[in-house]
Design a protein around this ligand. Structure first.
Ligand SMILES: [Zn+2]
Length: 218
């Protein structure tokens, strides 16, 4: 996979969190875990971009499929391109959570927070002492109608004609040109998805309770 193939979706991660006193910033919440070197998944740990080559003299880049057509001079100079993500190292530093964590697209995280009875926000904390109450609340919601009410059906909006006019081309022929608004596809949130989120949150709560942590999201 190339880095440019990545689609960035704004998301929120739920994880066990610890509150620490910081002399400068007062109380600081941080997810429980540690930073460690992990194998780069973009180059599968090779440190090289698969099929990508560079001529160090001209800095021209080539794909594997182009090589056959190159002069033997260039062919001799070719070197594999370093992976963009790990800069050729094959691994990089990443934060690894100690406990269960859950990453949700912003909108889905808001649906979940709303069902948990928490004002949806981009970041927040549920204190350890409030976890038993939240657990009871989740069991109640799982057995209620609220979950079905929170379901968002898939929908498609946009694609409407916003402009339609007759335009005369260079060849003197008139034609109708229409312009449409961008189409937005919303894949919705199903009851199964919500149930799945709840199961993960319960798992996270159990872990946090057992280890004396809070539950945070950001
Ligand atoms: Zn890499």
């Amino acid at each position: 996979m190339k880095l440019s193939d990545l689609v960035v979706i704004e998301s929120i991660t739920f994880a066990a969190s610890e509150a620490k006193d910081d002399p400068k910033h007062g109380q600081v919440h941080s997810p429980v875990g540690k930073t460690q070197m992990v194998k780069c998944e973009f180059c599968k740990g090779t440190g090289k971009e698969e099929g990508g080559y560079i001529d160090p003299k001209t800095e021209e880049r080539y794909w594997e499929s182009d090589i056959a057509d190159l002069s033997s001079d260039i062919k001799q100079r070719l070197k594999q391109i370093d992976c963009d993500f790990c800069r050729g190292e094959g691994e990089y530093q990443d934060f690894v959570s100690d406990g269960p964590e859950m990453n949700l697209a912003n909108r889905n995280a808001h649906v979940l927070l709303d069902l948990l009875g928490i004002e949806p926000d981009h970041a927040g904390i549920i204190w350890n002492k409030d976890l038993p109450k939240l657990r009871r609340h989740i069991i109640k919601v799982l057995n209620s109608d609220n979950m079905r009410k929170a379901v968002i059906e898939p929908s498609e909006t946009g694609g409407d004609i916003t402009d339609k006019r007759v335009v005369k081309g260079d060849d003197g022929v008139s034609q109708i040109v229409t312009r449409r608004s961008p189409k937005m596809i919303d894949s919705g949130v199903s009851e199964q998805q919500i149930e799945h989120y709840f199961k993960n949150v319960l798992e996270l709560i159990v872990f946090a309770q057992k280890n004396g942590y809070n539950v945070g999201w950001s």
